[in-house]
Design a protein. Structure first.
Lengths: 409, 409
C-alpha cells in the first residue's frame, strides 16, 4: 500500500446520518484481502436517484446498468465493489451485474431494477460476483445510519485515504442535510471526473429536478478536477434523495427555495473533488488554477484544464520550479481564444508575466517560497472577456510512475 | 547532460549535399557553453520555401516572423538558435528577431525579409540577440555543403542525439534529393508536432505546390507523433527547394510526376518524427500504435493519439506491464465512434482482447517477452470502418520527471 498522501486531511470527517439511509462496508475478498471491499446502502422506499456517468465509449457493464436504473429514477439499494471494475468483460460483465443486483434485491426485499451498482479496479478481468453475492446478506444486516467511514473505505483502490464531506441547508425553512463520499486517485479526468462518488440527502426533490441539479453541480466540481487526463470506463456519481426531511418538493431546478440546496450540493461535490485531487497518484502538491478574463466560463475551464493536464507544468511544480513559460504554453495550446499580449500569469499571488512578457522587476523569492509549500496557486487572466473557472489538480511526481508502471502485479 | 537515449541510432547518418544549400553550426553562447547553438543555412537565389508553424495562440516572435516570410514564399537564409525560444518576451521578441535577420541578411547579401528564423529553449527570457549577430559573420564564412552534422547539433536542447534523414527520387526522370534534420524531445505533441525541422531539396517545385505537399506530409508524419501532449510556442517545420536539379516544375501537387517526391518527402519527415519520439524525454521504449477499422483516417488518428498520450498506457509500458485495459480506456475516452463489442486489441502481434472481452486462452508469456524489448507495438482494430492511422510515441518514465522537474536551473 502506498503511503498516505501528504495532502490528506487529518482524519475522515464526522458525517451526519441521513434519514432513510443505512450503509456500511464488508470484506468480500474480490481482490483485496483483509480490508473492506464491498459497500452497500439501503434507501428508504420512495427515494429518488440522479447521477452522472462516464462518457467513455468503452464504459463498463455496471455503468450500462446504472443508465437503465437512472431512467426510472428510483432505487432502494446501492452495491459497489473495489478491486475489479467489471469493464471489458464481454457478456460475463452483465451476468456479474445480475448476480450483484439479485443479491442486493433479495436482501433488501426490492426489485433488481431498484438496485444501483458500481465496480472499480482493474479492467478486463472477469468479476468473481459469487464472492459478492455471498457477502451481501451479512453486510446488509450490518448496515447502520453512521456506517460512513467503513463504506467510504470499502470503495478505495489506489486511494491513500477515504474521502467524505457534508453540508446542510434549508428548503422553504425545513433543514435538510447532504453527505457523501468518493474514491479516485488515478485515471482521473473530466468527462466526467473519473471516480465513484455517492451522495445522500433527506431532502424531498422530484427526480427530474434532482437530475438537473446533479448535472449542474457535477459540472462545477468533479468536471473541474483532473489528475492525469485519463477518463475511466467506470465513472459514476450517484445522488439519492430520500425525502424524509419532509420539505415541500420544489417543482423546478431554478426554484428560489433551492438556492441553499444548490450551493450545498455543489459544496459537497467540490469538497470531494478537491479530496480526490489531493489523493492524486503520487501527489505531493495540490494545485488550484483560477482562470479569469476568458471569452466564456466554458473557455476558461478548457484553458484551466489545459494547464492542469500539462505534464510539463505538473513536473515543474513537482520540482518547485517557477517555470511560468510552461503555463503560457498550456494557455496557447488550449484551443480557446487568447491574446499573448493581454495575458497575465501569477503564481502564489505574485504577478510574474503580463502584457506578453515577464514582469521587469520580478523577484522570484516569494514565488520560490510559495512553491515549497503544499498548496500551489496559479492565476491566469486572459484579458479578453468575463469568463472564469477554477480547476484543481496535483503535481506529477516519481510516485505516479511508481504506482502506475506496475499496477496489476 | 542527460545520457544518450537507448533508442538512438548508432550514429548520425551520412546526408547527401543538396545543390544550392550550404550550412553549418557555431557556438554563439546564448545559453549553452562549449557546444554549437547557432545553425545557419544559405540558400541559392530562387529558392522557394514552405512550412508548417505551431497553432499555439501564444506563439513566439520568430514564428510570427516566419509566417510573414512564408507568405512571400522565397528565402535566401535560415538562422536558428538553441537555448532560448524568444517566446513571450514582449516587444523585445520582435526586436531580437530583427537583430537576427539583419545579421543574416548582411552576411548573405539579401533582404531581411528573405531570412527565416527559429529559436528554441526556455520561454519568457529575453534573447541576447547581440551574441547571435556577433557570431553570424564567422558562421556564414564556414558554411559548406556537407555541414549537416554540426547544423543538426546546433539546434538541440534536451535532445540526447542529433536527428537526420534523407531520401531520393525522380521527377520526370530527373533525380532529386531531400535531406533534413530535426530537434525535439519534450513539449512534443501534434498541432503541430512540437519541434523544429529543416528540410532541403534540389527539386524545382513552385512555392504553392511545395506548401501543399509540405502540409500533407507534415500531417502524416510529425502530426502523428507525440511525447507528452504538450504543444510548444515555437514549432516550426521549413522545407526549402532550390530548384538546382533542373527538373520540369510540376504545376499541381497532384501531378503524377510528383508521386515519388511525395513519398520521399513523407518518408524523410516520418524518419525524423520517429527519431524525435525515440528521443522523447526519459524514453526507454519506442511505441508504435496502429489503429484500423475506424470511421475515418482522422478518427483513427485521434484514437491513436488518445492511446499514445495516455499517461497510464505509457507508464504501464515503462513498467513492462501488459495492462491492455488501459488501452481500452484510452479508446473509450478519445471521443470517436467505437463499439466495445467490436474492439480488438493486440500487443506485440498477439491478440489480447476481442469482441468486448479478454481472449479466453490468452497466454501472456509472449506479450511479456515483447514488452521487455525496446520496440513496443500496439494494434487496435475498431471494427466499424476503414479508417486507419499510425502514431508514434515513447513510454513515460522517471527520466521524464527528472528532466522536467528542474529544467531551468
Amino acid at each position: 500500500m502506498t503511503a498516505r498522501s501528504p495532502l490528506a486531511p487529518k482524519s475522515f470527517p464526522k458525517l451526519p446520518p441521513i434519514d432513510g439511509v443505512r450503509l456500511g462496508g464488508a470484506s468480500a475478498g474480490v481482490k483485496y484481502k483483509g480490508r473492506p471491499d464491498l459497500f452497500m446502502a439501503e434507501l428508504a422506499p420512495g427515494t429518488v436517484v440522479a447521477g452522472a456517468l462516464t462518457r467513455s465509449l468503452t464504459r463498463s457493464a455496471p455503468v450500462d446498468w446504472c443508465a437503465q436504473v437512472l431512467k426510472k429514477g428510483s432505487a432502494r439499494a446501492i452495491l459497489v465493489n473495489a478491486g475489479n471494475s467489471n469493464a471489458f468483460t464481454g457478456k460475463a460483465g452483465m451476468e456479474a451485474v445480475r448476480v450483484m443486483v439479485d443479491a442486493a434485491a433479495e436482501a433488501v426485499g426490492c426489485k433488481p431494477k431498484e438496485v444501483l451498482v458500481a465496480s472499480t479496479g482493474v479492467i478486463g478481468v472477469k468479476l468473481p460476483a459469487d464472492r459478492i453475492s455471498k457477502a451481501t446478506p451479512k453486510l446488509h444486516k450490518s448496515l447502520k445510519s453512521d456506517g460512513w467511514s467503513r463504506a467510504a473505505q470499502a470503495i478505495l483502490t489506489t486511494d491513500t485515504f477515504p474521502k467524505g464531506a457534508s453540508a446542510s441547508c434549508t428548503i422553504d425553512g425545513v433543514p435538510v442535510t447532504i453527505a457523501g463520499f468518493a474514491k479516485g486517485s488515478g485515471m482521473i479526468a473530466p468527462d466526467m471526473a473519473t471516480m465513484l462518488a455517492f451522495l445522500f440527502t433527506d431532502a424531498a426533490i422530484p427526480q427530474a429536478v434532482l437530475q438537473k441539479l446533479t448535472t449542474k453541480a457535477v459540472d462545477k466540481s468533479f468536471n473541474c478536477m483532473t489528475v492525469d487526463g485519463d477518463t475511466s470506463t467506470s465513472d459514476t456519481v450517484l445522488v439519492a434523495a430520500t425525502g424524509a426531511a419532509g420539505n415541500k418538493a420544489p417543482k423546478k431546478a431554478s426554484d428560489k427555495a433551492l438556492k441553499g440546496f444548490r450551493e450545498a450540493l455543489t459544496q459537497v461535490m467540490t469538497d470531494l473533488a478537491v479530496l480526490v485531487a489531493k489523493d492524486g497518484e503520487g501527489a505531493q502538491k495540490f494545485i488550484t488554477v483560477d482562470v479569469t478574463g476568458a471569452a466564456s466560463d466554458k473557455a476558461a475551464r478548457r484553458v484551466g484544464l489545459s494547464i492542469a493536464n500539462s505534464p510539463l507544468v505538473k513536473t515543474a511544480i513537482a520540482g518547485e520550479d517557477a517555470n511560468w513559460g510552461r503555463i503560457v504554453m498550456a494557455v496557447g495550446k488550449a484551443g480557446e481564444r487568447a491574446d499573448r499580449d493581454r495575458l497575465t500569469v501569477a503564481m502564489g499571488g505574485v504577478v510574474i508575466a503580463e502584457k506578453g512578457e515577464g514582469v521587469a522587476d520580478y523577484d522570484e523569492t516569494p514565488v520560490a517560497e510559495h512553491l515549497k509549500g503544499r498548496d500551489v496557486k496559479i492565476d491566469v487572466d486572459l484579458g479578453i472577456g468575463r469568463g472564469k473557472a477554477r480547476v484543481w489538480t496535483c503535481d506529477l511526481t516519481h510516485g505516479y510512475i511508481d504506482i502506475n508502471a506496475d499496477y496489476r502485479t
